[in-house]
Write a protein that binds this ligand. Structure first.
Ligand SMILES: [Fe+2]
Length: 317
């Protein structure tokens, strides 16, 4: 038996790569994906390689710097748990989450979208209209009202309005499982036949994103604060409409002009006025006076103009 002969590949190489050079590095690597069966995956990988290589060349990236970056990304992964998503945080503070969200939901007459954030990691419990989602008894009571309509103003029946927010100390329930009641400040509401919804909560406060991990270290190293302006999260869905993930922001809240995750859009900011109306307070089971806010939600049908434009754009490219 001739043990000096080169082993025969089990299968012939699928393609022949050009030799790697600095000048043509991106083209060489991108060509290795040329036979990717899924055209969208091929497009994504090809463009990613071109942009990554251009970045490395632009900054003359060193081996030590790349090793630091790999350690950082490793730390980001190691920080993730079932109730903490450090990669989402990283995407958020780099503005990538907002960019992807905005590209995906270009203006359409619907309520503007914003990032989902990292805290929608447990299902909100179904609650009756008018229920109080503040289970810990903290904070300034607030009546939240709104209406879900289509872009033509007709009420959307059968919608589901999912809301979640931080408590008066600036933490979500999942961050304080031993302190807050389970599912505190979360609720899943079904609007009435006219699309109206209402529930009791508290006026949200600004809060820091979790900054005790690698993303926090990144913010500290760059002189950025970790705070988000006060907001309530909304995820609104209905058959025949595009899902909407957005926030309701409190007008005048600190950090409204320097959101750590770039989530603020002017159309999503609302006043939370104080109402002095004992009868209305009694009607909704609130102390008088109380704060209130109204937030109408406009959904976009899936078949309006623009939807097909988006779809064809992706198919073409
Ligand atoms: Fe939030």
């Amino acid at each position: 038996m001739d043990t000096t002969a080169a082993p025969t590949p089990a299968t012939a190489p699928a393609s022949h790569f050009e030799r790697f050079t600095e000048e043509r590095s991106a083209e060489v690597v991108a060509s290795s994906f040329a036979n990717t069966p899924d055209p969208r995956l091929r497009e994504l990988l090809t463009s990613l390689v071109h942009h990554l290589h251009a970045f490395a060349k632009d900054v003359e990236l060193t081996v030590d710097e790349w090793a630091t970056a790999v350690r950082f990304l490793t730390d980001v992964g190691a920080t993730c748990t079932p109730v903490r998503q450090e990669f989402v945080l990283l995407s958020d503070v780099l503005g990538l989450s907002m960019l992807v969200e905005t590209i995906t939901n270009r203006a359409s007459g619907a309520t503007e979208s914003t990032v989902e954030g990292p805290f929608h990691m447990v299902d909100s419990p179904p609650r009756a209209l008018g229920a109080d989602i503040a289970l810990d008894g903290k904070g300034e009571p607030c009546l939240v009202t709104g209406r879900v309509t289509s872009v033509d103003g007709t009420p959307v029946t059968g919608a589901v309005v999912d809301v979640w927010q931080a408590n008066a100390d600036g933490f979500y329930d999942v961050q304080q499982p031993d302190i807050q009641p389970e599912r505190n400040l979360r609720g899943l509401f079904t609007p009435d036949d006219e699309g109206r919804f209402w529930f009791r909560s508290i006026v949200p406060l600004y809060y820091p994103i979790p900054d005790d991990g690698p993303v926090g270290a990144l913010l500290a190293a760059t002189g950025r604060h970790p705070y988000r302006p006060a907001h309530v999260h909304f995820d609104v869905r209905a058959d025949g409409f595009r899902p909407l993930v957005t926030h309701l922001f409190v007008e005048g809240t600190p950090y409204i002009d320097s959101d750590a995750v770039f989530g603020v859009k002017d159309s999503l900011v609302r006043e939370f006025p104080t109402v002095d109306d004992p009868a209305r307070a009694a009607e909704f089971g609130l102390p008088n006076p109380f704060r209130t806010v109204h937030f109408d939600v406009v959904l976009r049908p899936v078949d309006v103009t623009g939807e097909q434009d988006d779809a064809s754009r992706r198919t073409r490219s």
